[in-house]
Design a protein around this ligand. Structure first.
Ligand code: TEU
Length: 549
């Protein structure tokens, strides 16, 4: 095992983390100011979502200059200071690289759109006629460019034009830019939708939205191997690829060290368990059995194939996990701790998204005026045009919008939750005075202290990294129980995902009267020695280390 395989990564959405300047949006010096907190929490690495120059139509995922810091976040000197200050605390910084597409304000696109024979024309993907593929943000994936009379491809917003990776000059420019950041001292990269970079040559029509043709496309592995040779080889970097609608087979290839591509992969299958028939924009409960099955299949599959999972419940594109798979009310703290435990004892590298360590909830914004996200606003408009009622649309948006995870970090009970002096760019949830860092730092039973313990356990308990995953009680409708097995010892991880108490019976091979046990973590204070028969209380969760005599 490599050292980074024992690490925990913390994700920062800088627009909503902390504003040092007191502005409506966060900045890089705001992150510097909170490094001692992150060091106390014990994380090894920070993934910071894009802070490079951008018109901010998709909050930085639309980059117009890969070599400049967006002025709203500060300067290059601030960025260098952040890298150096993080390094002093033993924390690496992972840069978010968005190279499936650029902003249409990028100079490459400005050149490309100007004439058919411009040297940059072939940096993007142009067609005389669009096919029927759909943008992930709604509507056609093609936009007409009147000046030259062709359509360009955009898998996301029409201001995010897809780069043509089959052009070797594009790849050379991307690798040069990544070398620049590597040489500045970043500790790794998070690669945005990197499995979408290789499109088929013929752009076939689809009876669906087109994703099956461009997902994990024809040359994607070859391009990542080239990136590995040009940028990663010989350097100590952690590289994680964001894989949209991918497969286990491909993720094994992306992340098995022998393929020389990436360190690990994010996939989203476990976060579609509340998308009935893969429809995101419908309000729906989550399917617990499906959640367990998907996570278990990825554990055993990646383990068997020598791949490595990035583990996560939350990020800047997802609703808050407590609101989603836990409980927002009286069981908020118990369920937040349970969800943390359930995830952190899996094999892989856990990511903690800002505020998750506090058990932050969805904000519950009821009116579309409170939303800022380009995807949410596009969908609201398209659904309204298609005749669906505003009430239905808002019910889905309140549950699913990406803005649920993008509200300001709750630092303390002062105005704007201590995030900024000026009114924040997006609203602060009403519960910020109850759920915040200052309060939880003082409370050893808080969700925050629970996460700190989870992070520390990964360092001290090798089985969390190495142990074989084995699911127990796969058909149980409310409990996710699993083992992480070593030669003569194992971890037993038990999680009740619901507020209803329930009884379980574990297999005789797991635990007997003579088994020696040591509780590693639990979310009820009165944890007793465990037996085969157990009564689980609401959202009860515990981990015991077991050794047979
Ligand atoms: O997201 C890629 C992605 O496919 C999603 O998670 C996306 O939010 C979802 O499909 C919408 O329904 C990445 C970034 O994380 C996201 O913030 C960007 O908007 C997107 O790429 C485009 O760069």
């Amino acid at each position: 095992m490599q050292d980074w395989q024992r690490s925990v990564i913390y994700q920062i959405y800088p627009k909503s983390f902390h504003s040092h300047a007191g502005n409506p949006t966060g900045d890089l010096l705001g992150i510097v100011a909170k490094l001692d907190y992150l060091h106390w929490l014990g994380v090894d690495c920070l993934w910071i979502t894009p802070f490079l120059r951008s018109p901010q139509r998709d909050n930085g995922y639309d980059i117009s200059d890969y070599y400049a810091i967006d002025p709203s976040y500060g300067s290059m000197a601030d960025c260098e200071l952040l890298i150096a200050e993080a390094d002093k605390r033993g924390i690496k910084l992972m840069l978010d690289i968005v190279v499936n597409h650029t902003s249409i304000e990028h100079v490459w696109f400005q050149q490309a759109r100007s004439s058919l024979d411009n040297p940059y024309r072939d940096f993007y993907i142009w067609r005389d006629q669009p096919n029927n593929w759909e943008s992930k943000f709604g509507g056609s994936a093609w936009e007409y460019e009147a000046q030259t009379g062709q359509y360009y491809l955009h898998l996301f917003d029409h201001t995010q034009a897809d780069l043509n990776w089959d052009n070797p000059q594009v790849r050379a420019e991307v690798f040069k830019m990544m070398q620049f950041w590597r040489d500045k001292g970043v500790g790794g990269f998070r690669l945005d939708v990197i499995n979408l970079i290789s499109k088929p040559e013929d752009f076939p029509e689809d009876d669906s939205d087109g994703r099956r043709f461009y997902t994990d496309g024809p040359n994607v592995h070859a391009y990542l191997q080239q990136m590995h040779r040009e940028v990663f080889e010989g350097y100590d970097l952690i590289n994680v690829g964001e894989m949209s609608s991918t497969s286990l087979e491909h993720c094994i290839r992306y992340s098995n060290p022998q393929s020389k591509e990436l360190s690990m992969t994010f996939n989203f299958h476990h976060l579609k368990v509340d998308y009935p028939n893969l429809q995101k924009w419908v309000r729906a409960d989550f399917d617990f059995l499906q959640l367990k099955r998907i996570l278990s299949d990825w554990q055993t599959g990646m383990q068997a194939g020598g791949g490595w999972n990035a583990l996560f419940w939350c990020n800047h594109d997802q609703p808050r996990v407590v609101s989603r798979f836990g409980h927002e009310g009286e069981f908020r703290e118990l369920s937040a701790k349970m969800l943390g435990t359930a995830l952190h004892f899996l094999q892989g590298t856990p990511f903690v998204y800002q505020g998750e360590e506090l058990g932050m909830t969805n904000p519950g914004f009821e009116s579309i005026e409170h939303y800022r996200d380009v995807e949410t606003l596009n969908i609201f408009r398209l659904k309204r045009e298609a005749g669906s009622s505003d009430a239905d649309n808002m019910a889905a948006i309140m549950q699913k919008s990406r803005d649920n995870g993008r509200t300001p970090m709750h630092w303390d009970a002062t105005p704007n939750a201590g995030f900024s002096v000026a009114e924040p760019w997006i609203g602060v949830p009403a519960n910020a005075a109850q759920i915040n860092v200052a309060r939880q730092l003082d409370d050893p039973d808080s969700v925050l202290h629970h996460y700190r313990t989870l992070i520390a356990l990964r360092r001290s308990e090798p089985l969390i990294t190495d142990g074989l995953y084995r699911q127990l009680l796969p058909e149980h409708p409310q409990v996710w129980a699993y083992l992480r097995e070593g030669d003569a010892e194992r971890l037993l991880v038990v999680n009740n995902f619901y507020s209803t108490p329930c009884a379980i019976e574990l297999p005789a091979s797991v635990i007997s009267e003579s088994t020696r046990q040591r509780t590693l973590i639990s979310n009820y204070p009165d944890a007793t020695p465990r037996t085969r028969q157990l009564m689980l209380r609401p959202y009860e969760s515990f981990v015991v280390h077991l050794i047979d005599p």
